[in-house]
Write a protein that binds this ligand. Structure first.
Ligand SMILES: Nc1ncnc2c1ncn2[C@@H]1O[C@H](COP(=O)(O)OP(=O)(O)OP(=O)(O)O)[C@@H](O)[C@H]1O
Ligand SMILES: [Mg+2]
Length: 447
């Protein structure tokens, strides 16, 4: 017997005992009257409480559970406990839902949910950007009414989603490439995942270009080399011709060697995740090296001037800086006609160490300047090749500078000359006047 039956039975028994006692002591009318009145009041109380319960069930509000005496107090207490438990569960589910939505919102992927009629149920901010949608405005809209591109409509209706769909120039970012993958789930519902693959695609395109360029650059000397070897093998050649051919073969094999060496240098720089050391570079020795190389390359055909302030502090990897700055110097010599002037400077300006190489050479047209640091990019291919260039020098410079967080600025005028200026960041720059004497002004005049 549960508590309701037990308590009700107890009340009725009590009333019956009191009624029976009155019946005996005060007469039958008093006993029956007492029973009728007390049962009537009990019924009224029950009806009143049922009415309260009805109202509570009709519009349940947390914390608004009424209290009452006895049995009804018990009922309300249990109802209160039930509401509290449900409320806790609802809050937990709400929190989970909020966290789930926050996680999807934080995802770098676009997530869009479609119902069984391909209407938008929900989408995150990234999907809004990718498709150019507005979640509030477009929810419950059929997606094909909003994204009408035929390739998307075909993909959606084809119902074979093994491969993602690649879409170009969609949504808010023009010139973008987006991968769209549909995943069916539940009852005819679809999850649409989007990803911006612009960078991945451009890296892939760069990789393809790079492979094509390397193959092309190596193929040319290899073809020449093979041609000479076949000639020497198949045809009777004089000793002089043989010597000439061997010399030419040597030039081609050295060219291939330089390409491979430069590619290896680039690969090494790219794979090195450690930043260059903050050690002070011996700028005097560095400058001497650069000027010596310039003079050796120039063979007295140019006027070379060096203004190196040896008090300037440079911090970084000496060998990397020597290779990068050496390339700028060798370019200045190679792209300046005989009799031209080349100035190599190292100064300390506005808190930055600045290295510059100026020449009075061919100059570079403005449209080429942004592309100079691309691998194998040469303004004048044949001239670069004639002077032994691989077109990788400035790509190496770019990598070395980015590892040192340095900037390169190029100013140039066709026919008048160029200046390549490198500005080192403050943490790799400095000026200590007492440490070293200035590097002597080395000015050589064209012979
Ligand atoms: N001082 C300069 N004057 C004129 N053109 C230049 C100068 N420096 C670079 N260039 C142009 O930029 C191109 C790229 O230079 P980069 O140093 O990358 O290659 P390269 O000198 O041809 O070959 P490498 O340096 O690998 O031997 C050169 O081919 C040349 O056309
Ligand atoms: Mg070069």
């Amino acid at each position: 017997m549960n508590v309701i039956w037990a308590r009700s039975a107890a009340i009725l028994v009590c009333l019956a005992i009191i009624g029976a006692s009155l019946y005996v002591t005060a007469g039958p009318i008093s006993g029956l009257l007492f029973l009728c009145v007390s049962l009537f009041l009990l019924l009224g109380y029950y009806l009143f409480q049922i009415n309260r319960l009805w109202k509570v069930l009709d519009a349940p509000a947390y914390g608004a559970i009424p209290s009452a005496l006895g049995l009804w107090g018990e009922v309300y207490y249990r109802l209160h406990r039930l509401v509290k438990r449900w409320r806790t569960q609802v809050l937990q589910v709400e929190q989970q839902h909020t966290r789930f939505i926050q996680a999807i919102q934080a995802s770098p992927y676009g997530v869009l949910m479609l119902d069984d009629a391909d209407q938008i149920e929900w989408c995150n901010g990234v999907a809004e950007q990718h498709f150019g949608l507005n979640a509030r405005r477009d929810v419950r809209q059929r997606i094909t009414h909003l994204i009408r591109r035929p390739e998307f409509v075909n993909y959606l209706t084809r119902e074979r989603y093994d491969e993602p769909l690649i879409m170009r120039d969609m949504g808010e970012h023009k010139r973008s490439i987006t991968s769209v993958q549909i995943l069916p789930y539940g009852e005819n519902r679809k999850l649409v995942l989007t990803q911006d693959i612009t960078k991945v695609e451009s890296t892939e395109a760069m990789r393809r270009d790079f492979v094509a360029n390397v193959s092309h650059e190596l193929k040319t000397p290899l073809t020449v080399l093979t041609g000479f070897l076949e000639t020497v093998r198949d045809l009777p050649v004089t000793e002089d011709d043989r010597k000439r051919y061997v010399d030419m073969m040597l030039v081609q094999s050295m060219r291939m060697q330089r390409i491979v060496e430069d590619l290896l240098a680039l690969a090494k720089l790219e794979s090195d995740v450690q930043p260059p050391p903050l050690e002070r570079v011996n700028v005097g020795a560095l400058a001497a090296h650069l000027v010596h190389d310039a003079e050796a390359l120039s063979q007295d055909r140019h006027q070379i001037q060096a203004e190196i302030d040896a008090s300037v502090v440079l911090r970084g990897a000496e060998s990397e800086l020597l290779s990068a700055l050496g390339n700028l110097v060798s370019n200045a010599v190679r792209y300046t006609p005989d009799g031209g002037r080349i100035a190599i400077r190292l100064t300390y300006t506005d808190g930055h160490s600045v290295f510059s190489v100026s020449d009075t050479g061919l100059g570079i047209a403005p449209e080429h300047i942004p592309r100079l640091t691309e691998r194998f990019y040469r303004v004048d291919r044949s001239r670069s090749r004639d002077t032994g260039g691989t077109g990788l020098g400035l790509a190496i410079v770019k990598h070395v500078l980015s590892r040192h967080h340095a900037d390169m600025r190029v100013t140039s005028e066709v026919g008048r000359g160029s200046t390549f200026r490198i500005i080192f960041p403050t943490d790799r720059s400095g000026y200590e006047p007492d440490v070293a004497p200035n590097y002597p002004d080395r000015t050589r005049h064209a012979a």
